[in-house]
Ligand binder design. Structure first.
Ligand code: NAD
Length: 702
């Protein structure tokens, strides 16, 4: 295997035409966004930027020097002005006289609040002193893979000198905080010619006299490292060469779809639900299939940002797609996962301090499968994806580092002290309470329709990830766009399927499993409406109703049931039937019969599902005209004609007046009932029915 092509240099994207029109603060945002938008410069949420600017003091009216520095949390790629903390520089410097030593380091973070300029509520970050004490107007701190590859090498100090001479310095590993801030001050004061420094095992600091100067220095330092690594890797075999060949893309995804629900079940059983992410990019496949995988993976990641997201080391599963199938992997999973948990607990016990917070979830975050790719799991989908991106950063670091030297992870105790740092714990405690459906995965057939979309929105508002399944490709695409705009790209997936086709439904559920890692909620909803007197009901019309409404619901529910059973976390299956499941209507025998079968199917599933914690319930809508595509077609015209009405609005009024409560029923009302059965609020209900029809005496259940 030859070296992958990693020689693409960062391009200078500074635009004077834009920059010249910006205020100094806005220019800091501009610089930060430019840096953060390229993952080769820094990982998501990683790094920070600052400027020391003269501002008018609101109390005295005098011009004072203020440090603008990225606050706690956020990402420089998307940061806006309110993401920066502001501190009086003179007060910040005065803290140096209070500081007594490293034992007191964490307390210093609380004192930053006393330096706040202009009542800015943005919480200051641990890195504040690192920026504040470097006596240059603009400072960038980023985590570029190419620099960390140097920083995490056994001989990182001499490599830094070899590449940069005396323009970029080097300091040994020290976790970020007040003390490191003083180290950086000493270095920058003593080395006026230096433009930055490499922090061992961690990342890069660079500075400049103007914002543009600072940005360009950051780029040129990283580019020098990229070019150096590329030059050194020319003609070299990466990671010791290939051990296991990658399977074909479809086979890789199929393995992920089988394995992910089982892993998800095993790691979610005793705690909050996890969501999964699958990555089989060439860089991942090269690493997981390499000779060096068994040697490198246990060394763990280096940059603190990396292992805070990925845990110190991944779990490597033993697999070869050339000789094994996905199901061969399953029997060994419980022991492999338990082994990881035990070794994590042992690491916790070895490294814990008297005041360490209790051990957190001991399950692996990153799972590497040779020939297949990488799975990552976390409490929400974006975090699972980002953990994967971070491990990819770590792979890049290991590749670079082992090309020019020997890769070295962070010492175990250092890693532990960061992972269980009380300040990190405080950050976790500040996290908002998870939403009702956080971590849950919902599959909705007819998902692009009126009730389907209202349900998707409702479940997503409560934190669920949603897979929309529909036969209408165009509406599926626009529905995805709409949901992505509101809820973000991570939490929505779409899959085309005709619910009457067994193969298509099986494939659709496999896709859902590979997209999010499993299934918790299945809404059987894809449907049609039809009307014809009994004598005029053709076998084709009869069959169409049975195919979509009876067989389609059966195939969907059966596949959901199988997946939920494999995952072993219970689940909720909800059938959107109809008032006509309970009440016969003249002129609609095929539709009413098919809808009634859904009701009974749901009850049968409730019986078989109960021992597995799988609940099955029914929501019965009636006369939901607004938003429904069923009513836009022939069905609506026929109904309107039979009531001698010329518009759907008039028809809606007829149904409203017919109801006991004299109210119209909307897709959002149906979604509310579905959300009830989807959530644990209804955890003690199965085999049940909710009518959402504004009241209909004939449909009263008994
Ligand atoms: P809708 O037409 O807006 O949505 C139904 C969706 O199902 C559409 O997007 C359609 O493309 C999809 N679909 C149809 N056949 C499919 C197939 N073979 N495979 C995959 N997808 C398919 O209608 P709606 O009002 O949102 O209806 C949703 C469910 O509610 C249906 O089962 C319907 O019978 C039931 N229902 C609706 C009402 C009402 O008044 N709207 C009343 C009672 C029951």
């Amino acid at each position: 295997m030859d070296a992958l092509d990693h020689v693409s240099l960062l391009e200078n994207r500074w635009d004077d035409a834009i920059a010249d029109s910006l205020s100094p603060e806005a220019l800091l945002v501009y610089r930060s966004n430019l840096l953060g938008s390229d993952k080769r410069i820094t990982n998501y949420g990683g790094g920070n930027t600052s400027s020391k600017l003269y501002m008018r003091d609101p109390l005295t009216g005098e011009m004072v020097k203020v440090l603008w520095v990225k606050g706690s949390g956020g990402d420089i790629g998307s940061i806006t002005l309110d993401g920066f903390a502001t501190l009086y520089m003179d007060k910040l410097h005065r803290l140096r006289s209070i500081y007594k030593g490293t034992d007191q380091e964490d307390e210093m973070v609380g004192l930053y609040n006393h330096c706040t300029f202009n009542l800015n509520p943005r919480a200051t970050s641990i890195d504040t002193a690192l920026h504040g004490f470097i006596d240059h107007p603009h400072v960038d701190h980023v985590h570029p893979d190419a620099i960390i590859a140097i920083a995490a090498s056994e001989d990182s100090r001499s490599l830094t000198r070899e590449i940069f001479g005396d323009t970029v310095g080097w300091v040994p590993w020290r976790r970020p905080g007040f003390e490191l801030g003083l180290w950086l001050k000493r270095f920058s004061d003593d080395n006026p010619r230096a433009k930055g420094l490499v922090l061992e095992a961690h990342g890069l600091f660079t500075w400049g006299e103007t914002q543009k100067d600072c940005y360009e220095t950051t780029l040129s330092v990283i580019n020098k490292a990229i070019a150096f690594l590329a030059e050194r890797s020319r003609g070299k075999t990466m990671f010791g060469g290939q051990r296991i060949a990658a399977a074909a893309p479809a086979q890789r995804r199929a393995v992920a779809a089988v394995v992910m629900p089982v892993i998800r079940g095993l790691i979610s059983r005793d705690g909050p639900l996890k969501l999964g992410h699958f990555d089989d990019s060439p860089e991942v496949l090269e690493f997981v299939g390499s000779q060096d995988l068994p040697k490198l993976a246990p060394l763990g990641t280096s940059c603190p940002d990396h292992f805070l997201r990925t845990k110190i080391a991944p779990l490597v599963l033993d697999f070869d797609p050339a000789t094994q199938t996905a199901t061969d992997l399953l029997p060994g999973l419980p022991a492999a996962l338990e082994g990881y948990r035990q070794s994590y607990a042992a690491y916790y016990e070895r490294c814990r301090r008297p005041n360490s917070p209790p051990m957190r979830d001991p399950n692996a975050v990153v799972y590497l499968i040779p020939g297949v790719g990488m799975l990552t799991f976390a409490g929400d989908k974006a975090t699972a994806r980002i953990a994967g991106e971070f491990y990819l950063n770590a792979i890049n670091v290991m590749r670079g580092s082992s090309t020019v030297s020997t890769y070295r992870g962070l010492p175990e105790q250092e890693a532990f002290d960061i992972e269980y740092w009380l300040l990190e714990e405080a950050k976790l405690q500040r996290m908002p309470k998870p939403r009702v459906l956080a971590g849950k995965i919902a599959f909705i057939t007819g998902g692009a329709g009126g009730i389907g979309m209202a349900t998707a929105r409702r479940l997503m508002q409560d934190g669920a990830c949603v897979v929309l399944c529909d036969i209408d490709r165009d509406v599926l695409a626009t529905s995805k766009d709409e949901l992505t705009k509101t809820f973000g790209r991570d939490v929505v997936a779409t899959v085309w399927a005709d619910v009457t086709k067994e193969d298509a439904i099986v494939a659709a559920f496999r896709e859902a499993a590979a997209a999010f890692g499993g299934l918790d909620i299945c809404v059987c909803n894809a449907g049609i409406a039809s009307a014809a007197p009994l004598e005029d009901t053709s076998i084709a019309l009869w069959q169409k109703n049975i195919d979509i409404l009876a067989t389609g619901y059966f195939l969907t529910a059966r596949e959901a049931f199988r997946l939920m059973k494999e995952q072993a976390l219970g689940g909720s299956i909800i059938m959107v039937a109809s008032k006509n499941a309970l009440v016969a209507s003249p002129g609609a025998s095929a539709y009413c019969t098919a809808k009634a079968s859904e009701l009974h199917l749901s009850r049968c599933i409730a019986l078989e599902g109960a021992p597995l914690g799988i609940r099955s319930n029914v929501v019965n809508p009636d006369a939901v005209l607004r938003g429904s595509r069923i009513w836009k077609g022939e069905w609506g015209d026929q109904r309107a004609a039979s009531y001698k009405k010329s518009s759907l609005d008039e028809l809606e009024a007829v149904y409203r007046e017919r109801s006991l409560l004299k109210r119209s029923v909307y897709p959002e009302d149906i979604a509310e009932g579905i959300a009830f059965f989807a959530s644990d609020i209804s955890s003690k209900s199965t085999g049940n029915i909710i009518n959402i029809d504004a009241g209909n005496a004939n449909a009263f259940t008994r």
